[in-house]
Ligand binder design. Structure first.
Ligand code: AMP
Ligand code: ZN
Length: 425
């Protein structure tokens, strides 16, 4: 970067500030490049038995020569700029941009589908196979957002497979499909919602956000924090009853990165950027704990108040604190976005959540703990109406005030609500 001509320097800076509209025009995803290069991706990735005790899993220990941090610290950071060794490649014709990851054959699905706000992830999952869904969607986003500027492509590929493999294949809802859905949903907020006009994330924060979406429920056991606390699970002890599962998701993710050289997605970045991404990812994942739902509402109220009183200046960058609050808000929004999807998609999610929450209720009964979700008393319809009325609608009413271009989310919520109210007398 430092050797490039001043003209190029400015162009790079402009691209890094991520004006998505312009970038999308410049970079059209090359469908021909999507072909299988990794034969193993046809097979299921490592079948990881979901283990409530993460410390009992097998570990690949670092040898002293495999010290990733030392290679990171060798990279020099100047004036808070990332040392993008490959950034000049952005100026090559699009066919020659080399870091586009090739992945499984998804010719059946057009590129526009993944970008679409009516993307049917269940159909996609059927078409490409569960073992490929998260990798395909994340690869698409990786290419579209030029994450190769920050993240090594081969390692990203390996990391994604490891992450996908760490999600349970037996619990109903918190699977790699949900993680891929949260990533794809956040992605559409940028495309349709033009959220970056407000959030003004730089490409490092956007990268943190998408990595967080992918790993935010990593190794989810299909139980909830309260249950873990009540049964005095080892993880509850370890994390002092605070965001037990969320702490585990993000800690386990960094274990994968630190203990598997081929999954160290951060080898190409300097230590300053690494620290920023790590900090942002930890905060994003912890903020998906529903305990913080009201904090997100408070933050939105603060922004709305500023907008109303004319104290909001679009030209001023957000403080670091607000930058993080926006990141947390986006991931949380995508995490509770089921009812904002077209009904045929939403209802599939609704059934899966219902099954998972009910089976927690069954376990609570078994353990003699107060039952939080009783399948004998709560129907799918009733539970979804409560979720929409108490959580989703109040949240999105604020969210859409801040991001009015996402109004279609509200239309979907209202339409989702209707079939249920018609069913219930
Ligand atoms: P997470 O566990 O990270 O996916 O956090 C999101 C939480 O929101 C879930 O654990 C559920 O408690 C709740 N949630 C999301 N979608 C639904 C839904 N369709 N119905 C009921 N609760 C939901
Ligand atoms: Zn989630």
């Amino acid at each position: 970067l430092n050797n490039s001509k001043p003209k190029n320097k400015n162009l790079i800076k402009e691209l890094l500030l991520l004006n998505l509209d312009d970038k999308q025009k410049k970079f059209k995803f090359n469908k021909d490049l999507i072909q299988q290069i990794n034969p193993s991706s046809h097979h299921s990735p490592n079948r990881v038995k979901i283990d409530l005790n993460p410390s009992s899993g097998s570990r690949i220990m670092n040898s002293p020569s495999n010290n990733n941090n030392s290679s990171r610290t060798k990279k020099i950071k100047k004036n808070n700029e990332v040392n993008f060794q490959e950034s000049h490649k952005l100026f090559l014709p699009k066919e020659k941009i080399p870091k586009t990851i090739k992945t499984i054959n998804i010719n059946l699905i057009s590129n526009e589908d993944i970008e679409s706000n009516t993307f049917n992830i269940f159909q996609f999952d059927k078409d490409v196979g569960r073992e490929n869904t998260l990798l395909s969607i994340s690869t698409y986003i990786y290419n579209k957002f030029f994450f190769s500027l920050l993240i090594n492509s081969d390692k990203f590929n390996n990391w994604c497979q490891k992450i996908a493999g760490g999600y349970s294949k037996t619990i109903p809802y918190h699977t790699s499909l949900h993680a891929a859905d949260v990533a794809q949903t956040s992605f559409t907020y940028f495309i349709y919602g033009k959220i970056n006009n407000m959030c003004k994330f730089n490409n490092i924060s956007i990268c943190s956000l998408f990595l967080s979406c992918l790993c935010h429920d990593f190794k989810h056991p299909g139980l909830n924090n309260n249950f873990m606390k009540e049964i005095k699970h080892e993880l509850a002890t370890r994390y002092n009853d605070i965001s037990i599962l969320e702490n585990m998701h993000i800690a386990e993710t960094f274990k994968i990165i630190n203990e598997n050289k081929d999954c160290d997605i951060f080898t190409d970045i300097d230590s300053y950027t690494y620290k920023q991404i790590r900090k942002e990812m930890i905060s994003c994942v912890l903020s998906t704990d529903m305990f913080y739902h009201s904090k997100h509402i408070e933050f939105m109220n603060k922004i709305i108040e500023k907008q109303k009183t004319g104290n909001f200046n679009e030209n001023i960058n957000n403080t670091n604190e607000d930058n993080q609050n926006y990141l947390n808000l986006i991931i949380h929004s995508a995490d509770i976005s089921n009812p904002t999807k077209p009904f045929n998609i939403y209802i599939n999610w609704g059934k899966l959540v219902y099954e998972e929450l009910s089976s927690i209720g069954d376990k609570e009964k078994e353990y003699g703990i107060k039952c939080s979700f009783d399948r004998e008393k709560l129907t799918l319809e009733k539970s979804q109406i409560s979720f929409i009325d108490y959580i989703v609608q109040p949240f999105y009413s604020n969210f859409l005030t801040i991001f009015p271009k996402l109004q279609y989310l509200n239309d979907n919520v209202n339409m989702c609500h209707e079939p249920f109210t018609n069913i219930i007398p």
